[in-house]
Design a protein around this ligand. Structure first.
Ligand code: NAD
Length: 466
């Protein structure tokens, strides 16, 4: 972290004061309710009032959300307090991610209308709200997900009940209350965005079962995605990934090495899109590793140290230990008793395909590198280790045939060619951003139109001006 101590202290005091204020609020003020049923009823009543608002009103409310997040003081303390509360991530990168969510999440412009005209009149097909949406948010991007879901869901005319991860409770509640203040100042109906003072699995279950919640959006691991898909309601699942980066002999190896280290180390590897393993054609491997080391990668060669790392950061090689998720490379190495340079960004090691670091979604800057005999073998291995999540993959190559082959076979929602993973969510790559990437249910990079229903309105006769 690279900010001065006085600033941190000031920010922390501000965070704690504002969080205390929101916790002391009387029931329902600032969108925070003691009881989940009350929260949902309030969101349902708000959605009815929201129907009376114009599109210009909606655009103004979206601007109020963007403005609140982009306020420098808010931006700094939500980024810092997320790290304080969850123990995960990198301050500078949290700033980037929160700013990104506020600036590049589409608003009402996403809701385009289709028109069909002819002898029988005019038919329009528009995006209409679902009503009340229940949104479940992760620890890894707690504020980013609330920001982009709020913008998209409100732009589409919905209200939203958030069920944040209990380990990101304080910052999530603070953000919800801050957004409510801004929406009130912009003249919005109260309770467009609500949550509960004690987020829990029980409250999430209550929310999922409530008849007034018409759509569920889960951003998280496989368990919660499966749960919402079994709910009997319209559900969007944005689930786990294990993104491979494939490098072949035709790639610009120096650039590929830098892109991979940049992507993998971003927010200490928390993003679900971040590079989790590298598969490189044998003839390019040594030069790739050499260049990764020039860009802040620290190579661990001793098999005993690699084994120690497996024991340290995983639960028997099957899943990551929470206390190491989102920690820096330097921190992890220190805990493993390894001295490394101050500027270490990523821990690399050569591994075989079966190694737990290749197979498990670690969400920490440990990056195994697997050699393949040729590009076809590399692509096939990438498909296997992505585990059919259909989430994200990268390829560094200048061979159009190979790029096309991998794109077709891997079937990921995001496929980044010759860039770091975060280019796939609009950082240095074209396109809008989201922190809810719906691979399992196929909506892809969600935006306002994802949170809307298609409705047809038919005017019989007339209105055809051709
Ligand atoms: P998590 O699955 O532990 O928690 C996500 C949310 O689901 C939390 O709010 C949690 O309280 C809730 N939850 C989990 N299991 C539940 C259950 N059985 N019943 C009710 N609620 C439940 O995930 P996390 O550790 O917070 O986030 C990391 C995971 O999320 C990774 O797998 C990552 O890839 C994934 N993720 C995916 C996306 C995406 O857009 N596809 C974005 C961010 C994170």
């Amino acid at each position: 972290m690279n900010i001065d101590a006085a600033l941190i202290e000031g920010i922390v005091k501000g965070v704690m004061r504002k969080i205390d204020e929101s916790e002391n609020n009387s029931a329902g003020s600032c969108g925070i309710f003691a009881d989940m049923n009350d929260a949902i009823e309030a969101a349902a009543a708000a959605q009815r009032r929201y129907l009376d608002c114009s599109m210009a009103d909606r655009a103004r409310f979206v601007e109020a959300i963007r403005g609140t997040v982009l306020n420098e003081e808010n931006l700094k303390f939500m980024s810092l307090s997320t790290i304080e509360e969850t123990g995960m991530g990198n301050y500078e990168h949290k700033l980037v991610k929160n700013r990104l969510a506020a600036t590049k999440t589409p608003g009402i412009e996403d809701l385009t209308t289709d028109a069909i005209t002819g002898d029988d009149g005019l038919t329009i097909v528009e995006y209409s709200p679902f009503g009340v949406i229940g949104a479940i948010t992760p620890t890894t991007n707690p504020t980013e997900t609330i920001i982009c879901n709020s913008i998209g869901m409100l732009a589409a005319g919905n209200t939203v009940v958030f069920s944040p991860h209990p380990r990101a409770k304080k910052v999530s509640l603070w953000l919800v209350s801050e957004l409510n203040r801004a929406l009130a100042a912009a003249g919005a109906p109260a309770n467009l965005i609500v949550t509960v003072s004690e987020p829990s699995i029980e409250n999430t279950n209550l929310m999922m079962a409530h008849p007034k919640v018409r759509m569920l959006v889960a951003t998280g691991g496989p368990a919660i995605v499966k749960t919402v898909l079994s709910s009997g309601k319209k559900a969007i699942g944005a689930g786990a990934g294990n993104p491979p980066a494939v490098v072949d002999e035709s790639a610009n190896i120096e650039k590929a090495a830098k892109d991979i280290v940049d992507g993998c180390s971003f927010d200490n590897n928390l993003p679900c899109i971040a590079e989790k393993e590298v598969i490189v054609v044998d003839s390019a491997a040594d030069y790739l590793i050499f260049n990764m080391k020039k860009n802040g990668a620290f190579e661990v060669k001793d098999p005993a140290v690699i084994e120690r790392l497996v024991g340290l950061v995983t639960k028997e090689g099957k899943s990551p230990k929470t206390e190491f998720v989102g920690k820096s490379a330097k921190y992890i190495l220190e805990k493993a008793g390894v001295e490394a340079p101050e500027d270490t960004r990523v821990i690399i090691m050569e591994a075989r395909e079966e190694h737990p670091f290749v197979q498990v979604e670690l969400m920490m800057p440990i990056l195994p590198i697997v050699r393949a005999d040729n590009v076809n073998e590399a692509i096939e291995m990438a498909v296997r280790v992505e585990h059919g999540n259909r989430h994200t993959a990268m390829m560094h190559s200048r061979n159009v045939d190979s790029l096309t082959k991998m794109a077709k076979l891997i079937q990921t929602t995001i496929f980044v060619k010759n860039g770091p993973s975060y280019a796939g969510i609009g950082v240095g790559g074209m396109g809008h951003t989201t922190f809810t990437i719906a691979g399992p249910t196929g909506e892809g990079l969600t935006s306002a139109k994802t949170f809307a229903r298609r409705r047809r309105c038919v005017l019989v006769g007339g209105m055809d001006i051709r």
